[in-house]
Design a protein around this ligand. Structure first.
Ligand code: PMP
Length: 358
């Protein structure tokens, strides 16, 4: 029997998460990366960072618990003393292990649709039932539907991206609070885009038994170092700690993240620039009558256009890659998602869109 026959049929039927392989000269606005290398603007910072990396104990296994990053994160982001913190190789890894943690036979995961596709994929991977509650047409939360689904399915795990991907909308805080109160299982508030959103559930981490707040450094300039973190009640986080791989982080990333937090003003300046650019892009897109730009609190804007495939191809011909959402979910009809880039990159996008649709 060929080795392939031993592999789970449900996995063979899956499609891999698509990671674009691009020529260097493309403008990449498909994956919410920052256009700015955080240290590139400063030779001193680059040198200091390089020296730190040169000193990193790459011959030794990392000890994330003792390495100081958790403490630095607590301090930088005011994570309450009562919360326990876990580190993941990207928040993707934390999504995976929190799902595994709650995947008792017959357990249900609840998420919103459309939202981050990896929630559903992990439910499938770990044999959980999946309930996807549709958003309203304007991508706001249908709270009565979510509460009804919680009542009916008693989910072991609820994922809410706050702000949501791929729509950019930040749900109302009171709605998320209602979900946390109603759910008996773990509620993960995924704040991957939290740095751009002016609100956070981190201050509640540790004091609400079923709450886990998840964040990442990926969208604020460090997608390449793969560091995510989660803060929650010790009850949950102690169990999560048992199943995370012991050496899931690496010395170079840990050293880089600690260094970054010591120079947080550089990162924060870039976040502020991107937020200003988001507002400028939103105004520019909203001025074009044939488009509908959805209000975003993230570092991207989702737009409904007359023909998503046409815009995607036109931008691609101009060496700009965006994300075509059309076809992923009925609510995303003719939608595309534009990551906010540098002012020059955004102007390039806006000019092409104006030419097509203004
Ligand atoms: N959560 C959400 C909502 C996301 O959009 C993403 C990235 N697309 C992630 C988590 C994963 O981020 P990372 O693994 O880079 O931390």
């Amino acid at each position: 029997m060929p080795a392939l026959d031993f592999i789970r049929d449900d996995i063979k039927a899956m499609t891999a998460y698509h990671v674009a392989d691009l020529p260097k000269n493309f403008i990449k606005l498909d994956a919410m990366e920052s256009p700015y290398h955080p240290f590139a603007g400063s030779p001193e910072l680059l040198n200091e960072w390089a020296a730190l990396l040169a000193q990193a104990d790459v011959h030794l296994y990392p000890n994330p618990a003792a390495g100081g990053l958790q403490e630095a994160l607590r301090e930088a982001f005011d994570i309450p003393e009562t919360a326990a913190v876990a580190l993941g190789n990207g928040s993707d890894e934390l999504i995976q292990f929190i799902s595994l943690l709650s995947a008792k036979p017959g357990a249900t995961m609840l998420a919103l649709e459309p939202s981050f596709v990896m929630y559903r994929q992990n439910a499938a991977l770990f044999g959980m039932n999946y309930v996807g509650v549709p958003l309203n047409e304007d991508f706001t939360l249908d709270l009565p539907a979510v509460l009804a689904a919680i009542e009916t399915h008693n989910p072991a795990l609820v994922f809410i991206a706050y702000p949501n991907n791929p729509t950019g909308v930040r749900f109302k805080r009171e709605e998320i609070e209602a979900v946390i109160r109603a759910a008996k299982g773990i509620v993960v508030v995924d704040e991957a885009y939290g740095a751009f959103s002016d609100d956070s559930f981190l201050p509640l981490a540790g004091s609400v038994d079923n709450l886990v707040v998840m964040r990442t450094v990926s969208k604020i300039g460090f997608a390449g170092i793969r560091i995510g973190y989660a803060a929650g009640s010790t009850n949950i986080m102690n169990e999560l700690a048992k199943i995370l791989p012991p050496y899931n982080m690496n010395q170079l990333s840990l050293a880089t993240a600690k260094f970054a937090l010591r120079h947080f003003e550089v990162i924060n300046n870039n976040v502020l620039k991107l937020k200003a650019e988001r507002e400028r892009m939103f105004a520019g897109l909203s001025a074009i009558g044939r488009l509908k730009a959805f209000p975003s609190k993230a570092n991207f804007i989702t737009v409904r256009v007359p023909d998503a495939a046409e815009l995607f191809e036109t931008l691609k011909q101009n060496k700009i890659l965006i994300k075509k959402l059309h076809g992923n979910h009925p609510l995303l009809d003719q939608c595309v998602r534009l990551t906010i880039g540098s002012p020059e990159q955004n102007d390039a996008v806006l000019n092409i869109i104006r030419k097509l649709y203004a």
